[in-house]
Design a protein around this ligand. Structure first.
Ligand SMILES: *[C@@H]1O[C@H](CO)[C@@H](O)[C@H](O)[C@H]1NC(C)=O
Ligand SMILES: *[C@@H]1O[C@H](CO)[C@@H](O)[C@H](O)[C@H]1NC(C)=O
Ligand SMILES: *[C@@H]1O[C@H](CO)[C@@H](O)[C@H](O)[C@H]1NC(C)=O
Ligand SMILES: [Zn+2]
Length: 525
């Protein structure tokens, strides 16, 4: 039998088997019955329990004992690195909770695999709540992991004195808090921002903007909330003309629409008559602008001081929606260029690099896209670690917040993560391994008229845009409040162990590279 036919045969057989084993619900007061359902004995697959992707020997004690010993040896060989970090790179997987990167291992070969950053020597957990809410968004979290203080949901680069949408408080510079990108540039280093979202989106804006509403990406948005005569600057304007934005030397992402007036560019959304990209070019003939991967590849860095790359009107496309001829560079390609460009500064650099579309895919319950974006994010980090030295470059990888994303059931080893579990719900319809607590897919998977679930395996077809079941209907799936992991490699990486508040992260990065943010003291001065 061909591999494909065999897989189909096994899947069909398993499906029949699982369905036949659907159990009647336990009586409410039958505790033994209910207990037996908590950790059920699963039905055997036709060829035994384990599908073909089994690791040789992983059913022996030796395999696991040796694995344990090897890990101890790796730890024993690890030396504390207390050098000063010349360079710091912060990688952010937007919305990359623990369930998300754990599930993504399945795409790179199986549960036994590690994403590049999961091999980093030190890990910790970051508590992501905001000053006003328990479950955060990308705006207040960017203020925490870039500027070092917790703030109000929806605000960026402002202290917690400022509530969302407070126009007057945004203008009061006493309320402004500055990011580690500024701390680094104040110390003579270069700084850059790279993202797969609009470069005016909440996470990258944390590096350079002060705004009481993450939606104030252009002047039209600001005027809508603060009035036509407001002097509050939008995020795009702050990138080109702001105190920090105007000094960043490497900027890449999407969001062209927010930089140009609608009368000057058909997809522009500004209304103040400005073309900020044109203004950026006119500031200096050594300010380079690129809008395609080819232009980026052909750019001769020796002739330029600053690079702005804007590759789309809004977010960059999902990696799975692109092909080899795509106009947009991959996150790995942008990362390589950023390091090559910023390494020219002898004093070092700080770069913020975001895999921003993990989050947007989850909001649409599109787990295939989300997990693929994690794999792309992992490739970018692998490239960064290869291109830099662990001796002088601290790399920190984390997420801003988690998602209402569940990785559950009791799928067999070797199972497709996007497939069903052997669990047998009372309605005899399959249960998927991946699901969401809420989101737009609810009515696709639940027949509201007949008040019953539809068979999810008939709705998950293998398309890159496949959605996964949500338990409650919401236009957009929500973030999660669980801690996110922090992975660190390089000088002072050992500081990043433990469970700590998210706003601690930039203080630790500043400590490692002797930056003065007013709170830390350089350890190796
Ligand atoms: C600016 O903000 C600070 C701190 O929140 C406050 O004490 C001060 O009164 C504000 N100034 C104005 C002019 O509103
Ligand atoms: C404007 O947006 C539309 C729809 O996304 C797109 O087809 C068109 O190419 C865009 N125009 C330009 C000049 O990029
Ligand atoms: C880049 O520009 C420099 C200075 O103008 C020149 O010496 C170099 O040959 C150029 N490199 C390439 C690959 O064109
Ligand atoms: Zn989000």
């Amino acid at each position: 039998m061909s591999h494909a036919r065999r897989t189909l045969f096994l899947a069909t057989l398993a499906c029949v088997l699982y369905t036949a084993l659907a159990l009647p619900p336990c009586a409410r007061d039958d505790e033994d019955c209910r207990e037996s359902r908590m950790h059920p004995d699963l039905p055997d697959l036709p060829q035994g329990r384990i599908l073909p992707r089994k690791i040789d020997g992983d059913d022996t004690n030796d395999y696991w004992r040796n694995q344990g010993k090897e890990f101890i040896q790796t730890k024993m060989a690890q030396k504390l690195n207390t050098q000063k970090a010349k360079n710091v790179i912060l990688f952010l997987g937007d919305g990359m909770g623990l369930t998300t990167h754990s599930a993504a291992r399945n795409l790179i070969g199986g549960e036994e695999q590690y994403l590049s950053f999961e091999k980093f020597p030190y890990t910790g957990l970051s508590k992501t709540y905001a000053v006003d809410v328990i479950v955060s968004d990308s705006a207040n979290t960017a203020t925490a992991f870039l500027c070092g203080v917790k703030a109000m949901k929806g605000t960026i680069g402002l202290s917690a004195q400022v509530e969302r949408d407070d126009c007057a408080a945004t203008l009061n510079t006493t309320n402004h808090v500055h990011s580690i990108a500024k701390w680094a540039m104040d110390a003579g280093k270069s700084a850059g921002v790279v993202t797969t979202t609009r470069i005016t989106h909440a996470s990258p804006a944390g590096a350079y903007a002060h705004t009481a509403d993450r939606d104030w990406e252009d002047d039209t948005e600001v005027k809508g909330d603060c009035g036509a005569d407001t002097t509050v600057q939008d995020i795009a304007y702050q990138l080109i003309h702001g105190e920090v934005g105007s000094k960043l030397s490497f900027m890449m992402g999407g969001g062209k629409r927010h930089f140009i007036d609608s009368k000057l560019y058909e997809n522009g959304t500004r209304s103040d008559g400005l073309d900020l990209i044109d203004q950026y070019k006119k500031i200096s003939d050594r300010n380079a602008f690129v809008e395609s991967r080819t232009e980026l590849n052909n750019l001769n860095f020796s002739n330029v001081d600053r690079v702005l790359g804007i590759f789309s009107d809004s977010h960059l496309q999902y990696h799975l929606e692109t092909d080899a001829n795509s106009r947009q560079p991959t996150l790995e390609e942008m990362t390589r260029k950023a390091i090559e460009f910023l390494s020219r500064n002898e004093e070092g650099y700080f770069i913020f690099i975001e895999g921003g579309r993990i989050d947007t895919a989850h909001h649409d319950n599109m787990a295939r896209l989300a997990l693929d974006e994690v794999v792309e994010f992992s490739k970018a980090i692998n490239a960064a670690r290869e291109l830099t030295s662990e001796e002088d470059t601290l790399i920190v990888v984390t997420a801003d917040h988690s998602h209402a994303f569940s990785y559950s059931g009791y799928p067999y080893r070797g199972n497709d993560i996007f497939g069903r579990t052997p669990s047998t719900p009372g309605d005899s319809k399959p249960l998927m391994t991946l699901s969401y607590a809420n989101g737009p897919s609810f009515e696709k998977f639940y027949d509201v008229t007949n008040k019953e679930r539809r068979d999810p395996t008939t709705l998950v077809t293998g398309d890159v845009h496949d959605q996964f079941p949500a338990t409650a209907p919401l236009d957009s799936e929500t973030h999660g409040g669980d801690d996110v992991a922090v992975f660190a490699s390089g000088p002072w990486a050992h500081l990043f162990t433990g469970v700590y508040e998210q706003n601690t992260i930039p203080h630790m990065m500043a400590y490692a590279s002797c930056l003065s943010d007013g709170l830390t003291v350089c350890s190796t001065a």
